[in-house]
Write a protein that binds this ligand. Sequence first.
Ligand code: NAP
Length: 287
Amino acid sequence: MPIDTSTRVVTLLGQPVAHSLSPRIHNAAFRAQGLDYVYVAASVDAADLAAAVAGLRALRYAGANVTIPHKQVVRPLLDAVTERAAAVGAVNTIVAEEAGGRVRLRGDNTDGLGFLQPLRPHASRLRDAEVVVLGAGGAARAVVYALLTSYAPARLTLAARTPSKAEALADAMAPYDAHGALAVCPLEEAGPRVRAACLLVNATPVGMHPDVGATPWPDAAGLGPGQLVYDLVYAPRETRLLREGAARGATPIGGLEMLIGQAAAAYEQWTGRSMPLDAVRAVLDEG
Ligand code: NAP
């Protein structure tokens, strides 16, 4: 498909953006479906974010992804945000809609949808189950919202090295915690909860390239069969946490599927099409 006057543009707004996989993911999908779209990436200074968002309107882009450090601050620049983006307090996707010659920008957060995607085959054992989330940052927020609103876990423990941040996250998520599942504990006291957990989620960057020898949960002896160990880190694809969990019989889930899942949920809103996942996985497998 040639890039010409009718090509629709989607951009990533962030800083840095050089290592983002999003252009590869989306351009592979556009190509596979013969869609006249192109995905680019823009390194945007915080001081220029408002101008960049105004540019989306003026240039009539189809939409955008938003990443660090703009995910929270972009919200007031948009016309509306979805309920899940409001709950999570961050926007990772902007969808431009034209009505009456005016462009309306809607912010969404698709991280939670992406997170839930690889859990689908395990849905029956996750309902009413015990879950532990390591970390209390932006990704943990999307994960906790997704888990509370989709699975109503019996207990959802936030284990963080800074418990005050986990407390703040639990307070923010209280409106979605119909069954009083949320609990907070310091990371070093989470052993009993991790051993009892059906699902352990790493929502910290520990273990990420280049620090691949690190793990957020060094006490891997507590992991075992019947457990799902889900690492949001996707570089490397197999982290030390996943490797040690699998060696003890747990089912490992890597962060790449979440990354693809959040991209698919955005792609669908920009194009009205389901993302061709095989084409996307193939391009990511090329390395
Ligand atoms: P963030 O907002 O900076 O939060 C990071 C969290 O990890 C904080 O709670 C932080 O604790 C904790 N943490 C950092 N270093 C730690 C350490 N050495 N030991 C214990 N806890 C530590 O980051 P984020 O946006 O939530 O991202 C977290 C990870 O998820 C990153 O690796 C990111 O790449 C990944 N992620 C993946 C996807 C995906 O699609 N697969 C999507 C989003 C994020 P403090 O508050 O005490 O610093």
